[in-house]
Design a protein around this ligand. Structure first.
Ligand SMILES: [Zn+2]
Length: 343
């Protein structure tokens, strides 16, 4: 049998990364996705820019974030300018454009402040809406200018949870619910809508704790947000969560749990969707059963239409396994990988 030499595999990965990182003037990727946006199903274009990355990741970083993999510390204004110019030549117009940076669009170290606004200006010449992501600490500085684009820009903030203990100990987020409230209020007072991401199942939490945390967080933050996106954990390379996963101390959430969270929030005035990365795969939310594809599709369709019928029709015999898993985990009192259940 052929065995892969781990040393060789690492070398190959290193070379591949070096090649990838040398492409400073190429954006990371672009693709489209559908979502329930502004009250209807909308096809949105996503652009991921290659930047120097999140400033917080240079200091410490979040436990689940492996986005630095797409970054290059040497990228400055000129390279970003090239990436945007190339993209707008290829995809000159559309309805909604999401620009993600593996960090914060409004971080002045990551994107030069003058460039931030020239990008917004240029994009909004031919796209009706722009969605960008930012940590809350950068909002105060840009709001004076940003409000000129009221009604056309949405800022997404990755709050992940409203629980201070979870934010500090499970995620290492380095901001809290109060910081979020301040930034979100400022944005909304100035006509800029706010989308909030919640992380379903940060590390060190049982399945039940994770479900309850996302439900409670969504209810807490709903008054400060126009749109809520539940992001189930996906295991990214080189992260603390990946190490725990390899050691058998972490399992991404069940798709059942995603459905449970969405169903529990159906009375909320704010739309709640869930776009799942690696849905049905071992590194993403999964039931570990042959219903994975059906569940992933159902949740996706719901997220595109906000029609609960797609969630209501999801049923499977593995519901018992999920419930047993959650109960055993509660009894043990710590988060488990599913392997323990196989005994
Ligand atoms: Zn099943």
């Amino acid at each position: 049998m052929n065995k892969i030499d781990p040393k060789l595999a690492m070398e190959v990965a290193g070379i591949r990364n070096a090649i990838k990182r040398s492409n400073r003037t190429d954006y990371v990727t672009t693709y489209t996705e559908s979502e329930f946006f502004n009250g209807k199903t909308t096809v949105e274009r996503v652009l991921i820019l290659r930047t120097r990355g999140c400033s917080w990741s240079y200091h410490s970083g979040c436990s689940m974030c492996g986005y630095w993999d797409d970054t290059n510390p040497e990228i400055g204004r000129g390279e970003l300018d090239d990436q945007i110019r190339t993209f707008l030549k290829e995809f000159p117009k559309g309805e909604v454009l999401k620009i993600f940076t593996s960090g914060s669009f409004f971080d002045p170290v990551e994107i030069d402040p003058a460039l931030q606004f020239s990008i917004i200006e240029n994009v909004l010449k031919s796209y009706s809406h722009l969605i960008v992501e930012s940590r809350p600490e950068y909002i105060k500085k840009v709001i004076g200018k940003l409000k000129e684009y009221r009604g056309r820009v949405q800022v997404a903030i990755g709050l992940e949870s409203t629980d201070p203990y979870v934010l500090k100990n499970s995620i290492n987020k380095n901001y809290d619910f109060d910081d979020f409230k301040e930034a979100a209020s400022l944005l909304r007072e100035n006509g800029i809508s706010v989308r909030t991401y919640l992380l379903l199942k940060p590390p060190f939490m049982t399945e039940k704790e994770a479900i309850n945390d996302s439900i409670k967080s969504a209810r807490d933050l709903a008054p400060y947000s126009d749109f809520i996106s539940i992001n189930p954990m996906n295991i990214q390379r080189g992260t603390l969560v990946e190490r725990m996963y390899r050691e058998g101390n972490y399992r991404p959430p069940w798709l059942w749990s995603v459905v449970a969270v969405l169903q529990a929030l159906r009375d909320l005035d704010v739309p709640v969707v869930s776009l799942i990365t690696a849905a049905g795969k071992r590194r993403g939310a999964h039931n570990g059963h042959d219903c994975d594809k059906r569940f992933s599709e159902g949740i996706r369709k719901y997220s595109e239409t906000h029609n609960y019928a797609y969630l209501d029709e999801l049923s499977c015999e593995c519901k018992d396994t999920w419930e047993n898993f959650s109960e055993v985990e509660e009894e043990v009192g710590v988060a488990m990988d599913e392997v323990i259940l196989d005994d």
